[in-house]
Design a protein around this ligand. Structure first.
Ligand code: TMP
Length: 216
């Protein structure tokens, strides 16, 4: 945790892992405890980021190549970091982000095979040295992921990613698990198959020690 600033917590996981619900529940709990919690999402989080998100998730954009896709995710992230995340951390807030650079590592670096060097190089440019204090990996297996995505019946413009091959999603999950193993101090892997209340409790147990050390 960097001295004199808030807390940066990211949520990661495959599509349908329930991480967005968990992030909302955590934000509500933090606010009940009198903490300033700011929520953001990637791609998106800002007006510019929302426009980039529409390009990335539009099912008509099947011809979007892997490299420009990676650059767009980082364009959205750079705007989010400069406009929203860093100023909020400066004010001492707890910033919760639904995905961050680990998503690009898992989906583009490993899933699409672009490699970790490209992702790390862009992270250095876009994130100004910002790293999450804690990353909650909400892990679910492939069948659960597909089942939940179908149940959500996403609009056609939001389904580009969900149409990707099962093999791609398996690579993404393995990448996440490997990343969590490599950085055990930053990552907490949480079983996302459990009911939302149980998952929320595990999230809180991971977050609470860091929050109690904040003096705001
Ligand atoms: P969401 O389902 O969490 O809203 O995320 C949207 C999709 O964008 C999801 O399939 C994962 C993908 N994604 C990447 O491929 N790379 C990234 O860097 C980010 C932030 C998201």
């Amino acid at each position: 945790m960097t001295e004199g600033r808030g807390l940066f917590i990211t949520f990661e996981g495959g599509d349908g892992s329930g991480k967005s619900t968990q992030m909302r529940l955590l934000a509500e709990r933090l606010r009940r405890e009198g903490r300033q919690a700011i929520e953001t999402v990637e791609p998106g989080g800002t007006r510019i980021g929302d426009q980039i998100r529409r390009i990335l998730l539009d099912s008509r954009n099947q011809d979007l190549r892997a490299t420009p896709e990676l650059l767009l995710y980082f364009a959205s992230r750079a705007q989010n970091v400069e406009e929203l995340i860093l100023p909020a951390l400066e004010r001492g807030a707890i910033v919760l982000s639904d995905r961050f650079t680990d998503s690009s590592m898992a989906y583009q670096g490993y899933g699409r095979g672009l490699g970790d060097e490209a992702v790390l190089a862009l992270d250095r440019i876009a994130c100004h040295g910002l790293e999450p204090d804690l990353t909650l990996l909400i892990d679910i297996d492939h069948e659960t992921s597909i089942g939940r995505a179908r149940a959500r019946q996403l609009s056609p413009s939001e389904t580009r990613m969900d149409e990707q091959a099962a093999e791609f999603h398996a690579r993404v999950r393995q990448a996440y698990l490997k990343m969590a193993e490599r950085e055990p101090r930053r990552f907490r892997t949480i079983d996302g198959q459990a009911d939302p209340e149980t998952v929320a409790l595990a999230v809180w147990e991971a977050v609470n020690p860091l929050v109690s050390r904040l003096h705001v």
